[in-house]
Design a protein. Structure first.
Length: 182
């Protein structure tokens, strides 16, 4: 287990997860849609979905071990000292229960804790996706602005996106506040 919270944990992707993951094309790779079992298996065998600058993890229910979704991170740009994060809870019936918020919090803590050169984490969230920007705000990400025509899903007319970020400085200050309350 990479990280564990109250109800969910993050662990590395396993071969048994791949059949579920292919139903969500870009959830373990931002570079190509891995929606074919052969392609996702080949990609998994090449890297395990973990490299120095990118990774994907399974969101699992701690009690049952059931795969609930995935998170991934990747370099947002060569000149930005951090990563962009994506997350999805696969089954709509599992959404709205705090799973994505807990997973994002766990991945944020892991990346800032394990990667000292990471100074910024960011999320691109289409402006219509209220549930996702509420997840970001619950995890103390700050809305920095709007990126027009930056959406991922429709190449012909990309949606506008909110840019949310959390910095290492924000995270360190929050950690210090937790220590004083303990």
């Amino acid at each position: 287990m990479l990280a564990a919270g109250e109800r969910v944990g993050l662990r590395r992707i396993r071969p048994a997860d791949l059949g579920q993951i292919i139903r969500h094309a870009f959830t373990v790779s931002i570079h190509e849609p891995l929606d074919d079992l052969g392609a996702v298996t080949a990609a998994f065998e090449a890297t395990g979905f973990w490299t120095p600058d990118a990774g994907a993890v399974a969101i699992v229910d701690l009690e049952s071990g059931r795969l609930l979704g995935t998170c991934q991170f990747y370099r947002s740009a060569p000149c930005i000292h951090g990563y962009e994060i994506g997350y999805i809870v696969h089954d709509p019936a599992d959404r709205g229960r705090g799973t994505a918020s807990e997973a994002l919090r766990l991945l944020t803590d892991h990346l800032f804790g394990a990667r000292p050169a990471c100074h910024r984490l960011q999320l691109l969230i289409e402006t219509w996706n209220t549930a996702s920007w509420k997840v970001a705000e619950r995890c103390d990400y700050v809305r920095e602005g709007v990126l027009r025509s930056a959406g991922f899903m429709d190449a012909d007319e990309p949606a506008d996106c909110f840019l949310y970020a959390r910095t290492r400085k924000d995270w360190v200050q929050a950690q210090a506040g937790k220590d004083r309350r303990s």
